[in-house]
Design a binder for this molecule. Structure first.
Ligand SMILES: Nc1ncnc2c1ncn2[C@@H]1O[C@H](COP(=O)(O)OP(=O)(O)OP(=O)(O)O)[C@@H](O)[C@H]1O
Length: 455
């Protein structure tokens, strides 16, 4: 459950460009010039390893961490009349007990979908089999029937938004039914609900949860989406869903997520910034295909055709995944998702959560710890200890950390876009497969040789 806590950060033009440390330790004192220069000096004596050289050059970006962010020519989304938020709609952000940063949004719900309180969209015209099945005209009765009056037996999850149930519709389609909490204190849920249904109704992609419809009636707000049966990525990294994920599967998942975000950023009419990319929002199918879920914080991206470079908005997202430049300037772009994706890459490689309070201070912020290790030439110690140090794993580890370092660049201009991330990951996977195959060949020829010696 979300509840207001200590984090409060009202928009204030005066403070936006100061070099104050953020609460995750990415400050000029803790992670910028002196520390990185020292690391770079060490590395400059370490020979001509191309990976290390790339790491060094990207590491230099950390030196410029928290310099004033934008040239004055940049144009904000709120500068545009069309998207101006209603006056007085900006309020302080708050942090939840789960460290999820939420706030009453100014913009996510600015375009209510047309129609009544019974939501049927183009995406809801399809059944689970992908057939054109006609609109799923949900009534409260349908929902009660499908969930057996919201029986706890069918409950599969609980999030900040509410409770999630697995249910079967009358046509046999298995769906997830998300029922919003009714708490009077949770006004932001209305905004999250609007944001989620608006976004879901505009998208369709193999790596995004499919939308079937919604219902908004009196104090009930319900979203019906594809049921994804194999839990969240975080549950798999925690090994509470069976076996440990091997690196090949982790690379596949990273690529699926990269495809989903690329689609949101580049391949729809009005691109979308997800704003909450994290391992607990990545759902897995039985075949370990990844589907990005939870569009409660999604926001329309700035319209680059009209020269708008960013959206000025309150900070939303989840601690540990938040782009420090967005935190500091309130300027949102697609590159904030790229930053979160960088954190996700480190999570996939290390198995650790983005914030690990139980570790000593210097290991507590996983991305920061991992990047430091990588820059120091000690990538090996970042690999999830439950994975083997094969040649293929070690190479993929180095290359993935190198990409993560680029995604985590303090300044958004230095981060690659998501399409580039996907391309780099394809090439990492290709090399990984080739090396795994040759690892396997040499292993089997060794065992063949030792069997012949015995004969
Ligand atoms: N489509 C789905 N298929 C199967 N399980 C789901 C689905 N959507 C959500 N769940 C389960 O319900 C849980 C809560 O999901 P939900 O999207 O409501 O989270 P949330 O409210 O956004 O949480 P948070 O605020 O922590 O991000 C998930 O962790 C997952 O276990």
């Amino acid at each position: 459950m979300k509840s207001p806590s200590t984090y409060s950060r009202p928009r204030s033009s005066g403070s936006a460009h100061q070099t104050t440390p953020d609460r995750f330790g990415y400050s000029s004192s803790s992670y910028a010039s002196s520390e990185v220069s020292a690391i770079q000096n060490q590395k400059s004596n370490s020979g001509g390893n191309p990976v290390a050289a790339a790491a060094r050059s990207v590491a230099a970006l950390f030196v410029s961490c928290f310099t004033p962010p934008e040239a004055s020519s940049s144009k904000s989304f709120v500068d545009s009349q069309e998207f101006k938020a209603p006056s007085g709609s900006f309020v302080s952000s708050v942090c939840t007990v789960e460290y999820r940063v939420v706030s009453d949004a100014s913009g996510a719900g600015s375009h209510r979908p047309r129609g009544s309180n019974r939501g049927i969209t183009s995406s809801s015209y399809r059944s689970a089999q992908g057939k054109e099945a006609g609109p799923l005209n949900f009534t409260m009765e349908d929902i009660f029937q499908a969930t057996r009056n919201f029986s706890p037996t069918f409950k599969v999850g609980q999030g900040g938004f509410g409770t999630v149930y697995k249910a079967k519709l009358q046509d046999g389609t298995v769906v997830a039914i998300k029922r919003a909490k009714k708490s009077l204190y949770e006004k932001h849920l209305g905004v999250e609900f609007q944001s989620e249904i608006q976004t879901l109704s505009r998208v369709e992609h193999l790596n995004l949860v499919k939308f079937y419809g919604y219902l908004e009636q009196e104090d009930e707000r319900i979203i019906v989406v594809e049921y994804v049966p194999n839990g969240t990525l975080r549950e798999h990294l925690d090994c509470i869903r069976g076996n440990i994920l091997d690196l090949a599967t982790r690379l596949d998942i990273a690529i699926d997520v990269a495809h989903a975000i690329t689609y949101l950023h580049m391949y729809i009419d009005h691109p979308i910034i997800h704003r909450d990319i994290k391992s607990s929002n990545i759902l897995l199918t039985e075949n370990f295909r990844a589907k990005v879920a939870d569009f409660g914080f999604a926001r329309q991206a700035p319209d680059s055709d009209s020269g708008v470079t960013h959206v000025s908005t309150q900070v939303k997202g989840t601690a540990g995944y938040l782009d420090p430049e967005y935190l500091k300037t309130y300027q949102l772009t697609e590159k904030s998702d790229v930053y979160s994706f960088g954190v996700l890459l480190v999570e996939l490689i290390s198995g650790r959560r983005p914030i690990e309070p139980k570790f000593e201070l210097r290991e507590r912020i996983t991305a920061k710890w991992a990047m430091k290790k990588f820059i120091e030439g000690d990538a090996i110690s970042v690999l999830d200890p439950r994975l083997d140090h094969t040649a293929a794993n070690n190479l993929a580890l180095e290359k993935t950390l190198e990409l993560a370092l680029q995604c985590l660049a303090p300044r958004r201009q230095s981060r690659p876009n998501m399409k580039k991330c996907a391309e780099i990951l394809w090439s990492i996977r290709k090399d990984y497969r080739e090396l795994s195959a040759s690892d396997f060949r040499s292993l089997s020829s060794t065992s063949h040789r030792s069997a012949s010696i015995k004969d």
